[in-house]
Ligand binder design. Structure first.
Ligand SMILES: [Fe+2]
Length: 271
């Protein structure tokens, strides 16, 4: 677990990074939360509770904004809200989900811990801080409520789980990848340089990487649709294109898999 100061920029808008590394059954996942100009972007999983509480006690966020409702992004919000009286904001579609304790499968609990219920306010389209202004852009696909935060002046994009990797090989069962691709296309019309990803960390040439991710997914979709049109099923296609099954696929009982990626690229494209 570590905190870091990444950039020193005038007017108190430096970005502070809170990083947690979780290792389980041969799989390591990084998770990052960010703090800028009084705004905490995601509160991290319960597993990093103590570090997050220490960080927030020292830095006193004025608000918590969330990229989406998953427990590795909202895990500490109930405690921070209660303990430090910090208001929390999330996309309106997730207000109801967040009122209840997370209902998550075992593998997610093992990685992150769960999340208690909390009351949030609907995220506004524009977030005005003391020295900065962020636009919350709806980018569904990973989840229906997913948003990213863009500072047009600084060219900064806090991307939650929209990016994660430029060559995605496994996804969750309910991710809608064609919809995520639409979100990437829309985002690439914007100007930004540095991407602050919740799992890949700070990406200095983030725009290029987002572009690479979209190209990769477009090529992959063409290939998969061609195989599907030739009569191959999703499971066969996944086996041929991604012959190595990562441990997390077994551990999650298939909830995190290459098959989900293939299936979504075929079945979700008309929605
Ligand atoms: Fe997520």
């Amino acid at each position: 677990m570590k905190w870091g100061f990444l950039l020193t920029i005038n007017h108190g808008t430096e970005v502070k990074v809170i990083n947690c590394k979780v290792r389980l059954l041969g799989t390591t996942i990084n998770v990052y939360a960010y703090f800028v100009d009084g705004m905490l972007i995601d509160s991290g999983p319960q597993r990093m509770k103590q570090e997050m509480v220490d960080f927030c006690t020292l830095n006193r966020p004025e608000k918590i904004v969330h990229t989406h409702y998953h427990e590795d992004h909202t895990g500490n919000t109930p405690y921070l809200k209660h303990k430090l009286q910090i208001p929390a904001y999330i996309h309106p579609d997730s207000l109801k989900i967040c009122r209840q304790k997370g209902r998550i499968p075992f593998y997610r609990f093992a990685f992150w811990g769960n999340r208690e219920g909390f009351e949030a306010e609907p995220l506004p389209g524009i977030i005005e801080n003391s020295h900065s202004r962020y636009e919350a852009i709806h980018t569904p696909g990973h989840t229906p409520d997913h948003v990213v935060f863009l500072d047009r002046n600084e060219g900064r994009l806090f991307s939650g789980d929209l990016f994660v990797h430029h060559k995605t090989r496994i996804v969750r069962r309910h991710e809608n990848i064609p919809l995520l691709m639409e979100s990437l296309r829309r985002l690439l019309k914007e100007n930004f340089e540095t991407v602050y990803c919740a799992h890949a960390g700070v990406l200095e040439h983030g725009y290029e990487l987002v572009k690479q991710k979209l190209s990769y997914l477009e090529e992959l979709q063409d290939q998969i649709l061609s195989m599907s049109n030739n009569g191959q099923g999703s499971k066969d296609i996944a086996r041929k294109l991604f012959p190595q099954t990562p441990t997390i696929t077994y551990f999650s009982f298939g909830q995190f898999s290459s098959y989900n990626l293939v299936r979504s690229l075929i079945e979700d494209r008309w929605q």
